[in-house]
Ligand binder design. Structure first.
Ligand SMILES: *[C@@H]1O[C@H](CO)[C@@H](O)[C@H](O)[C@H]1NC(C)=O
Ligand SMILES: *[C@@H]1O[C@H](CO)[C@@H](O)[C@H](O)[C@H]1NC(C)=O
Ligand SMILES: *[C@@H]1O[C@H](CO)[C@@H](O)[C@H](O)[C@H]1NC(C)=O
Ligand SMILES: *[C@@H]1O[C@H](CO)[C@@H](O)[C@H](O)[C@H]1NC(C)=O
Ligand SMILES: *[C@@H]1O[C@H](CO)[C@@H](O)[C@H](O)[C@H]1NC(C)=O
Length: 225
């Protein structure tokens, strides 16, 4: 029993003296004053070692985080995150994002009345020009919304309200699983489907659908800022 105790305390003291940094040993040797000062200094010495250790690991963490951040910046991830966060900035109900102001309506109107409301606010229905803008808009809606895309002028020739074609913008996000859009479905409206919405009534918010322009939907206005 005794020998085990002695052994373990021997091991403990070996470990302790191994771990003691040289500073602490020097301090101990220098001190020739009363016992309590010795104890105090030893305690202070250990505190210092722990504090230094803490600082060191904090610094390492900081370096690691900085490395991760700069890697993300190179990757473009951080840029994306920052941009999406700056897209939460709202001015009088309009959301500013990448050079455009967007208004998500709360009322539902047919396509031409929706456009009229946007125009009356110095804006127009939204024009979706790239994947980033598409993703941003999709992230903001929870139901179908009118966009500025239509083929009212010439059936099958889709243009934005600024007369830009899909070839000109270079992107289109028509629904394409199973029933491909646009399909100019005439069952509900004999004049077909000449206006495009972001999202449909079945919870597919990430795609475009052509719909009867007479339908009442929420809508997205955009203007420059
Ligand atoms: C960079 O982006 C790619 C794809 O988005 C991802 O798989 C990868 O983990 C990213 N790397 C870093 C360092 O963030
Ligand atoms: C910005 O919006 C996104 C998604 O819409 C959300 O996850 C994020 O927490 C928002 N950030 C701020 C700063 O409000
Ligand atoms: C996407 O469109 C937005 C708004 O029109 C624009 O600010 C942004 O620069 C475009 N991004 C790319 C990658 O083209
Ligand atoms: C788009 O075209 C129509 C008819 O072709 C024209 O009346 C309208 O002014 C044009 N709009 C813009 C913004 O150029
Ligand atoms: C849209 O709604 C307005 C106002 O209710 C109405 O005057 C107009 O005829 C409607 N247009 C279409 C195409 O349904």
């Amino acid at each position: 029993m005794d020998s085990i105790y002695e052994n373990s305390s021997f091991i403990l003291s070996t470990i302790a003296s191994d771990e003691k940094p040289s500073q602490c040993n020097e301090r101990e040797r220098e001190v020739t004053s009363p016992k309590w000062i010795k104890v105090l200094l030893i305690v202070l010495g250990f505190s210092l070692v722990f504090a230094l250790g803490g600082l060191c690991s904090l610094n390492n963490q900081h370096i690691m985080i900085s490395k991760q951040l700069s890697a993300q910046e190179i990757n473009g991830t951080s840029e994306e995150t920052v941009s999406l966060m700056s897209c939460n900035h709202s001015v009088d109900g309009w959301i500013a994002c990448r050079g455009k102001l967007y208004l998500f309506s709360s009322d539902k109107l047919n396509w031409s009345s929706s456009r009229d409301v946007c125009v009356s606010k110095g804006a127009d229905l939204v024009t979706i020009t790239n994947q980033t803008e598409q993703d941003f808009l999709v992230s903001k809606i929870k139901e179908t919304h009118w966009t500025g895309l239509n083929d009212l002028e010439t059936e099958g020739h889709w243009v934005w309200v600024n007369n830009q074609t899909l070839t000109e913008t270079g992107v289109q996000f028509w629904f394409s699983e199973g029933q491909r859009e646009p399909d100019n479905w005439k069952n509900q409206d004999p004049s077909g489907e000449n206006c495009a919405s972001l999202g449909d009534e079945n919870g597919n918010f990430q795609s475009w659908f052509d719909a009867s322009c007479k339908k009442q939907k929420k809508f997205i206005c955009e203007k420059k800022y």
